[in-house]
Ligand binder design. Structure first.
Ligand code: ZN
Length: 408
């Protein structure tokens, strides 16, 4: 009896918190839809006819404006006097532009706007004294939530849930050290709180950032919160609910999507060699030719050459204890002395040297000896420093609550 009473208020609070948030979201949506556009690029549109088009093959700035009754002297003035803010010869096919034409019978273009990119645009104002200036669309970030249950692969689930393919990329990067995305199980599931970038409040420019994530792999829950704190000393990184950094000093694999075709095995015997002992001191990751090979940790390139059975290979010195080596590359992208960051592309999968098929043979050296990286207790990245812990807990509490409230 006592036990039951103790549980009741907790359940009630939890339930309440989840419901309230959904209602807030709905109210926000209806407000946004009621907005009416009265200006474009900050220009009042009431006195113009608006013509929207995209630059086609053969179009020129002069040609477009000439066809819209702009005097040649004006066109020449823009092309010559405002070169620094707008080089009219550098308009690209496929980019949108907008003409603000007068409503009278001349239909003369008074303002021309060219979109250099999704966010940057240039305004050529031909009214009175000609002015040309560059500006940026207003970018807003809207927080959203998503979830999914994996049936086959992460990317397929993302597609089924109508989520950006970048989401799958970002999520697998966050959990690169804790989850092997090649060995997901049906029933593994995820939830994310993310921000989507919007231009002028209406046009989505896609996924911006994952603020918090929850991944359940083989029934094991893994939280991830992006945190920077207010310190310039810290770079934004993902930590779990106990402020442990989700990164490891080493990536689990030197290729993103691959399968291990042969493990480190000192007792390997091969039929071809009459079952003689042929120890394998590397881990083979099979992947298609041309797949980027990534440095598994920060370090300095100590070898980059073609030699015998190794073929094209690269070796990286990480610190006084660890080196890694990558064999059979199709081509190498780094040279001796280069500093490489974890995850940086150092070459491409090939089959140079002694190899039966395209793969990268990954060799992991500890104190000058080749060891099995999967048997090593590899150093974790440093947890969040103590002085940020309190702030971190306050920061993640509402995010964790949000995650817990998302349904699948
Ligand atoms: Zn090998």
């Amino acid at each position: 009896m006592l036990k039951k009473l103790a549980f009741l208020p907790i359940i009630f609070l939890f339930f309440n918190a989840c419901v309230d948030k959904d209602e807030d979201l709905i109210i926000d949506d209806t407000l946004e839809n009621k907005e009416i556009i009265q200006s474009l690029y900050g220009i009042d549109i009431s006195e113009f006819d608006i013509v929207k088009d995209t630059v086609r093959n053969g179009d020129t700035f002069g040609g477009i404006l000439d066809a819209n009754a702009v005097p040649n002297s004006k066109i020449f003035e823009v092309a010559e006097k405002f070169k620094d803010s707008f080089d009219v010869r550098r308009m690209n096919v496929g980019k949108p532009y907008v003409l603000f034409n007068s409503k009278d019978s001349t239909a003369q273009t008074k303002v021309f706007v060219y979109e250099k990119s999704r966010i940057n645009y240039v305004v050529v104002d031909l009214r009175d004294t000609t002015t040309v200036f560059n500006a940026q669309k207003e970018v807003t970030y809207i927080e959203k939530e998503a979830s999914g249950v994996i049936t086959s692969s992460l990317s397929q689930t993302m597609e089924e849930e109508n989520l950006s393919p970048y989401m799958s990329d970002k999520l697998s990067n966050i959990y690169a050290w804790t989850v092997n995305f090649f060995h997901l199980q049906a029933g593994d599931r995820f939830k994310v709180v993310y921000t989507e970038k919007f231009i002028n409040d209406s046009i989505s420019a896609g996924l911006h950032d994952i603020k918090a994530a929850y991944f359940e792999h083989r029934g094991q829950p893994l939280y991830a919160f992006e945190y920077q704190g207010d310190s310039l000393q810290l770079i934004p990184d993902y930590y779990d609910e106990e402020a442990n950094n989700l990164r490891r000093a080493f990536l689990k694999a030197p290729v993103k999507f691959s399968r291990i075709s042969s493990r480190y095995n000192l007792n390997r015997r091969i039929k071809y060699y009459g079952y003689k002992l042929r120890p394998h001191k590397g881990t083979d990751f099979a992947a298609p030719i041309g797949t980027p090979i990534l440095a598994t940790a920060d370090g300095v390139v100590s070898k980059s050459e073609y030699r015998g059975g190794n073929g094209n290979y690269v070796k990286i010195r990480h610190n006084a204890t660890y080196d890694t080596q990558y064999l059979h590359m199709k081509s190498r992208k780094v040279k001796v002395g280069d500093f490489v960051r974890q995850g940086e592309v150092i070459g491409y999968v090939g089959m140079t040297g002694n190899t039966g098929g395209p793969h990268v043979c990954y060799r992991f050296w500890k104190n000058g000896k080749q060891v099995d990286p999967f048997k090593q207790d590899l150093p974790a990245s440093k947890p969040l420093p103590q002085q940020y812990r309190e702030d971190y807990q306050q920061f993640i509490t509402p995010l964790k609550e949000k995650l817990d409230c998302i349904n699948y």
